[in-house]
Design a protein around this ligand. Structure first.
Ligand code: NOJ
Ligand code: CA
Length: 703
């Protein structure tokens, strides 16, 4: 049912609060049936029509209507905080708040609090369950939060799924979301698509009258991830949650006092403002870690891409059907293709040391890779036993002597019970051997069987990993995790996640279309940094192994450089092979130079699905870096350098698409040029189809 705007006028306790600048207006009201409803306006425009709010409880049905307003509390907040790392030096948290306490007039008279925060850049709200005799332990059967859009907006979306977010984006009208427009993605290993028409958050929307709207959630803890059912004809969205192993009507197990994550609606009248929003971070709790001095944004190389492009393997042997505990790994016959061997890792350490990269990731170092995937098997890895050709102690000494850090890899293959059991020993092992960071992975179906990547159990697991690593001063990067919701404010050791379709898909699937990286910042990155693994220079992958024939990265080489600026992350991989970077040392210079931590960020031009240009100022020094990317269409992108300090001269080094560059026909053509510029200069960047440009701006005489 859609409630009409007029209904609000008749209902009791209609309340409106405005954002600090007065432009956004949130109205709350009860319908005649006692259903909580809200609507949102941006100046004269409707963002959300009256939309119902409701939680369905399993053993106590009817927690969505029959309410009366008990009390209304309003307040405001304004402060500035400093992130441990990020896109900007400091963040203002400025909002007006309305808390509505509701009591049910039917049944035992249970209470619910709805808390709304209205910022200049959007709305956050959540359900709170105060401590009360009538509601102690309870099970949420589902959540029906509506987001009723006033018109059939353009949506940038991936399909709803409880286990994966590694889909290609579709751009359609909301009314067109559905099986006919689901883009085929057979290469995803574990999918649990939601029946009917459903999309995941962050969902990006654009209205015909120029509003940009992003719907997601903040501070996802102890609750399943949000998904949205789409009612196309009505252009309405209704939330639904991932189920637990206990069944489809048992989604969240809570004990009052408790609350849901924040539901977020970021709103602006231009696309760059969506990317500049800090609303999701502001709705997260402040940093919980007493000491953060050991947390270091960093760039890394890794024994990684060579496996994805079939030059080597994670496994040590060709044996199969091995049992972790019963196998004498020292007796296995080596296949000769094992990439994580001591000599090869030393080569990466040397490369990192020579080029000022902070660390080296090693995948395939530990026993279990012979049949790690697809068996839904509990005991796959122990995370402490290296293969015979990988010397942990020798590599510790070798890396330390060269001042290079090591990143350990923990692929759980979805067996999370096994990982939970072994985490303390695994993290102690990391500390003992000098590892500062871990990349975790959750490929495959989840154990406990019946649980999902997006369910409450896994959501809690990811937070436990953040806490347990933090307790041992370890940084973490999670792959195949639930999509982030700003929790890196609270746990800044949680540097990045994958949780979307990364660059790696270009190695072994239909790949990512050239528009992909222009959409990700408006969707997946709204909740936090992504380990996208940019920096692939050898675009055509059959150069690495004949079986990669026809496989290529769907960008130009210059666009791969631009991604270091357009895809913000404090953890950036230089993903290609050292020998490839040696071949293109002049282009690699940009990866050496580009920072991973920033004092300022300016989104200069952006349109989801089409193009993106961002300038960022390096942490603690007067140097700027610009990244500019396009989709499959060539573009001219003027860049006014008026963000530079007036009166100073900067050396601009421009890494651009070269003559004839084209992501398909000629992706590796690039040209590097230099010129001296000031705050009055304008650069005219020419972006090839599927191309991009990267620019460093250093004070003249600084380097
Ligand atoms: C998928 C991850 O995204 C990738 O980075 C990793 O190499 C493989 N799983 C193996 O764990
Ligand atoms: Ca486009």
């Amino acid at each position: 049912m859609v409630l009409t705007g007029a209904l609000l006028a008749f209902s009791t306790h209609a309340q409106t609060i405005h954002s600090p600048n007065g432009r956004l207006a949130l109205s709350f009201a009860l319908s005649p049936a006692g259903e909580p409803t809200y609507q949102l306006r941006y100046g004269p425009k409707t963002v959300l029509q009256p939309s119902r709010l409701g939680i369905l409880l399993k053993d106590a049905p009817g927690f969505a209507s029959g309410f009366r307003v008990e009390r209304l509390d309003s307040s405001q907040h304004d402060d500035i905080w400093t992130p441990v790392w990020g896109e900007v030096k400091s963040i203002r948290n400025h909002y007006r708040e309305l808390a509505v306490t509701l009591t049910q007039t039917t049944g035992p008279g249970r209470q619910l609090v709805l808390r709304f925060r209205v910022f200049d850049d959007g709305l956050g709200f959540r359900y709170e369950f105060p401590e009360q005799a009538k509601l102690t332990y309870f099970v949420v059967a589902d959540e029906h939060t509506e987001f009723n859009l006033p018109a059939d907006h353009t949506a940038f979306w991936i399909r709803g799924d409880y286990d994966t977010n590694e889909y290609i984006y579709s751009t359609t009208r909301l009314s067109e979301v559905g099986p006919a427009t689901y883009r085929p993605t057979p290469e995803i290993s574990t999918q649990t698509p939601i029946a009917g028409s459903a999309v995941q958050t962050p969902l990006m929307l654009r209205s015909a009258d120029g509003l940009y709207i992003n719907i997601h959630e903040a501070a996802l803890v102890n609750y399943p991830a949000l998904q949205l059912l789409v009612d196309g004809p009505r252009h309405g969205l209704t939330s639904t949650l991932a189920p637990s192993a206990a069944g489809p009507d048992s989604k969240a197990f809570l004990q009052a006092p408790a609350h849901t994550p924040w539901r977020t609606v970021v709103v602006a009248d231009n696309a760059p403002a969506i990317l500049a929003s800090k609303l999701i971070l502001n709705l997260n709790e402040p940093c919980k870690l007493p000491d953060v001095s050991w947390i270091k944004p960093q760039k890394f190389v890794g024994v990684w891409w060579e496996m994805h492009v079939n030059k080597g393997s994670w496994s040590y042997s060709d044996a199969t059907n091995l049992k972790l505990a019963d196998t004498d790994w020292s007796k296995l016959k080596p296949s000769g293709r094992h990439a994580a061997n001591t000599a090869n890792v030393k080569r990466y350490i040397d490369f990192a040391a020579k080029n000022g990269l902070q660390s080296v990731l090693v995948e395939g170092w530990n026993v279990g890779w012979e049949d790690w995937f697809g068996n839904w098997k509990e005991d796959v890895f122990d995370f402490v036993t290296p293969y015979p050709d990988f010397s942990v102690a020798e590599l510790q000494a070798y890396a330390a002597a060269r001042n290079v850090g090591l990143i350990m890899h923990h692929e759980t293959s979805g067996s999370v019970t096994n990982y939970e059991r072994r985490m303390p020993a695994a993290y102690d092992f990391m500390r003992a051997y000098g590892y500062a960071a871990v990349k975790t992975g959750y490929v495959g179906r989840i154990i406990p069987r019946g649980e999902h990547h997006d369910g409450q159990w896994l959501v809690n697991h990811f937070v436990r990993v953040a806490e347990q690593t933090a307790a041992r001063r370890l940084m973490v990067d999670m792959h195949e995790s639930v999509r982030p919701t700003g929790l890196h404010r609270t746990y800044p050791n949680w540097l990045a996640n994958e949780a979307a379709r990364g660059n790696e898909f270009n190695a072994w699937s239909q790949g990512n279309p050239p528009e992909h990286e222009t959409i990700l910042p408006f969707t997946r990155l709204m909740g936090g940094p992504m380990d996208y693994t940019p920096g692939i220079f050898q675009i055509q992958l059959d150069a690495y192994a004949p079986q990669n024939k026809g496989k290529q990265v769907h960008t130009t080489l210059a666009k791969q450089l631009a991604l270091y600026v357009t895809m913000y992350s404090p953890l950036q991989m230089a993903a290609d092979l050292p020998e490839t970077y040696e071949r293109f040392a002049d282009a690699f210079q940009f990866i050496r130079d580009v920072p991973v931590d920033w004092d300022d960020t300016r989104v200069l031009a952006a349109e989801p699905g089409d193009y993106l240009t961002i300038a960022r100022r390096a942490k603690g020094r007067d140097a700027w870096f610009v990244g500019s990317i396009t989709d499959e269409n060539a573009r001219q992108q003027p860049v006014k350098l008026d963000f530079l300090t007036p009166g100073r001269r900067y050396q601009a080094t421009i890494y651009a698409d070269g003559p004839g560059a084209d992501w398909q026909k000629n992706p590796m053509s690039y040209r590097i040029s230099r010129q001296v510029v000031t705050s009055r200069s304008v650069l005219n960047l020419r972006l090839a189809p599927g191309g991009g440009a990267a620019v460093s701006l250093e004070l003249v005489g600084a380097k």
